[in-house]
Every structure is written in structure tokens, then in C-alpha cells.
Ligand binder design. Structure first.
Ligand SMILES: Cc1ncc(COP(=O)(O)O)c(C=O)c1O
Length: 383
């Protein structure tokens, strides 16, 4: 629901608990951090960031980001391999524009981030989906499709996947990179949730695909949307220098200059002051508690529903009884003042009818408990 003067993309009526919504809570978007960094930057007497910016993105910002990611990802990253974007959605659009033509085949996970499917549709791509299991993309399914199609790229969300919450283990990642080189396609790894890990063994988490960008076959995408604020429209990609050259010299960048000089100049201060690390630590503590609340509410109220507890990210992915059509079920959700996202939304082949996605980060703990109670009533009525 939006009103003509609204600033928000998604507005939910205050009496409804929309457990499907994948946006951060408004109350967790850090006005104080942004305000302090903006004030500091705007009072330096240096107005260079108001000019058209360098195509790859401000060098000081990329250095600060490379240092931050070196700590966060646990291996060395160079500013030369970072290209600044308006977020992952923008990076996906640019990748489609530069590396595909209408009618080309690309591979996605089944299920996948449904709005990425919209971007691929805008570019008239032929989308072929690859099966997943509780450990992410199934290599055998990929190999079968590679025997049939020559994809331009494989789009995947390797860590805390949207919507399944799965993480692709290290061995599979390495096999994927081998296959990308062998069959000459690009791996486009959407790592938007990579830094949002809530388990104590975060250190043993598989490596970001940025670790493989010494190959031209890998592009890793990152974003400030889930670790700071989506309204910034700021993100980055990491790639081999040849790929970076292609982004830097494309028509869009030639005309516009760098994609976000103003915001990146301010966010550089947030990174350098440690504000970003503090914000991520705060989010991790709050989201971990919310994850536990949703998990225990599900166990208490919907004990027969199957799901996997995610180790990070935003989502629970529930399997309802086999013959349930979650889209039909959703029609009765408004009567119970609750909402969710049906699995079909995340399928590029019209499948996953009996699955639903719930998000545990958007609402506070009490609302999450109440939301699951309402979901139980909705399901009890319909199933
Ligand atoms: C998997 C995934 N990729 C990308 C995005 C959007 O990222 P951005 O805001 O950087 O465009 C989202 C947002 O929900 C997401 O879940």
C-alpha cells in the first residue's frame, strides 16, 4: 500500500503483521550515524564530491571499503578490484546490459530472489533454473543443464540465501568456479547477506566469492542495503581487472561518471570511524534474538511445519503440507491481519506451491510472536 506522498516503497497497514516483507525495520536505520558522517564531510570545505566522479568510484572510499572487507571476509582485497554501484539491483542490471543480449540463457537457483527475476525479464533473458538442496545449488543439476545450455552467467545467492536461508559450502563453491572456467560462464554471486551471520562459528563460514575474482569468470556483489540502509542506494562489486575495465568504460559510466560520489563520500566516514562495524554488530545481536523468537514461536504454534533454521540473513523458508497452494492460502491472510510470501514468487518455473517465505528481521520480538500466532490461525482455518 502506498499513498501519493509516501517516501516508502512498501507500506503495511499498521494492524497487519507482514511476515513476508524483506525490508529492515525503520527504527534500525541509523539516522545518527549518517548525520554525524554527513556533517563531518560537508564541513571539510572540499566540494569535489559534488562534481562528476571517477568512473570506478572514489578511490578513498574504495580503499576504506577494501580495508573493511579484508577484515569482514578474512582475506586481502584490493581497491583496484572494487567498482562502486548503486546497490546489487543496479549491478545486476549493468551486468545484464554489458554481458548479455536479449534471448541469451542465464541460470538461476530454484528458488531465487524474485526481484532479480524481474531485472532478468527486463533484459529479455531466457532463465533456466537449477535445483537446490539444504546445502545450496546442486552441482549435478547444474552439470545436467550445462550439457544442454550455454549460459552467459549463473546468478546465485551463496550465503544465507533469499528465500531458503541456505549456505553453499566451500567445496561446492570451488567446484562451481571450476565449472565456470570449463564452460566459460560468469558466476554472479549476490553476497548481500554474507556479513549477517548469527552463529558462533562465523569464522568457519565459506569464503565470499570475492576470493575467486583472480578469475574473469567470477563477479561478487555487495551492498550497504542490509548492513546500513537501503535508501543510500550504495553497493559494490568485486571482479578481475579486465571486468572492472569493462564496467569503467561503458556508456552509462562515460556519461554519468561514478555512480554514487556524494553518498560514497559520506559513507567513507562511516567506515573509517568504525561506525559500520558497530552498526553490523548491533544488527547481528538484534537479528539473532529475533531469529530465536521466530524459531521458538514456530516450534510452539506450528510444530508440524518443516523448515531449516538459518545461520544468518533474513529468512525462514517453510514447507507446508504437500497439496497446499500458498497463493490460495494468502487470499485468506488479510482476515487474520497477517501476510507472507508464497513460494511460487521465487520460482522461475511456477513451482514451490506449498512453500512460504517469512522474514524475521523487520518486526520486533513481540510482533513476531503475534505474527506467528496469526499465521497459525490462518493455516488452521485453511489446511
Ligand atoms: C538476494 C538479494 N539481492 C539483492 C537485494 C537488493 O539489493 P540492493 O538494495 O543492494 O539493490 C535484496 C533485497 O532484498 C536481496 O534479498
Amino acid at each position: 500500500m502506498t499513498t501519493p506522498f509516501s517516501s516508502l516503497q512498501n507500506q503495511v497497514s499498521p494492524d497487519v503483521i507482514d511476515l513476508g516483507l524483506g525490508d529492515p525495520s525503520l527504527s534500525l536505520l541509523p539516522l545518527d550515524i549518517i548525520q554525524a558522517a554527513a556533517q563531518a564531510r560537508l564541513s571539510q570545505g572540499d566540494n569535489s564530491f559534488l562534481q562528476y566522479g571517477t568512473e570506478q568510484g572514489d578511490g578513498h572510499f574504495r580503499l576504506a571499503l577494501a580495508n573493511f572487507l579484508t577484515r569482514g571476509y578474512g582475506f586481502d582485497l584490493e581497491p583496484e578490484n572494487i567498482f562502486v554501484t548503486n546497490g546489487i539491483s543496479n549491478a545486476l542490471d549493468l551486468i545484464c546490459a554489458l554481458f548479455t543480449r536479449a534471448g541469451d540463457t542465464i541460470f538461476v537457483e530454484e528458488p531465487t530472489y524474485f526481484l532479480a527475476l524481474r531485472i532478468f525479464a527486463d533484459h529479455h533473458l531466457n532463465v533456466v533454473s537449477i535445483d537446490m538442496d539444504e546445502n545450496g545449488l546442486v552441482i549435478e543439476s547444474l552439470e545436467e543443464k550445462l550439457a544442454e545450455f550455454q549460459p552467459k552467467f549463473l546468478y546465485l545467492i551463496p550465503t544465507f540465501q533469499n528465500p531458503m536461508g541456505t549456505t553453499t559450502p566451500q567445496e561446492r563453491r570451488e567446484r562451481l568456479v571450476q565449472l565456470a572456467k570449463e564452460y566459460d560462464f560468469i558466476i554472479v554471486a549476490d553476497e548481500v547477506y554474507h556479513l549477517l551471520s548469527y552463529t558462533s562459528h562465523a569464522q568457519t563460514q565459506p569464503k565470499s566469492f570475492a576470493a575467486y575474482t583472480d578469475s574473469e569468470n567470477v563477479i561478487s556483489l555487495g551492498s550497504f542495503s542490509k548492513i546500513l540502509a537501503p535508501g543510500l542506494r550504495l553497493g559494490w562489486l568485486q571482479a578481475h581487472s579486465e571486468k572492472i575495465k569493462r564496467f569503467n568504460t561503458c556508456g552509462l559510466l562515460d556519461s554519468s561518471g561514478g555512480l554514487n560520489p556524494f553518498t560514497s563520500a559520506i559513507i567513507r566516514g562511516v567506515i573509517e570511524s568504525g561506525g559500520l562495524d558497530n552498526n553490523i554488530n548491533k544488527l547481528i545481536n538484534i537479528y539473532r534474538a529475533r531469529l530465536h523468537v521466530m524459531n521458538s514461536a514456530l516450534q510452539e504454534h506450528l510444530p508440524s511445519i518443516e523448515y531449516m533454521v538459518p545461520g544468518g540473513g533474513y529468512f525462514f523458508w517453510l514447507r507446508l503440507p504437500e497439496k497446499t497452494d500458498a497463493r490460495e492460502l494468502r487470499k485468506s491472510a488479510p482476515f487474520f491481519k497477517v501476510d507472507f510470501r508464497p513460494g511460487t514468487l521465487f520460482s522461475s518455473r511456477g513451482g514451490l506451491k506449498n512453500q512460504i517465505r517469512l522474514c524475521f528481521v523487520h518486526y520486533e520480538e513481540g510482533e513476531l510472536r503475534e505474527g506467528i500466532l496469526r499465521l497459525k490461525e490462518c493455516l488452521n482455518k485453511a489446511l
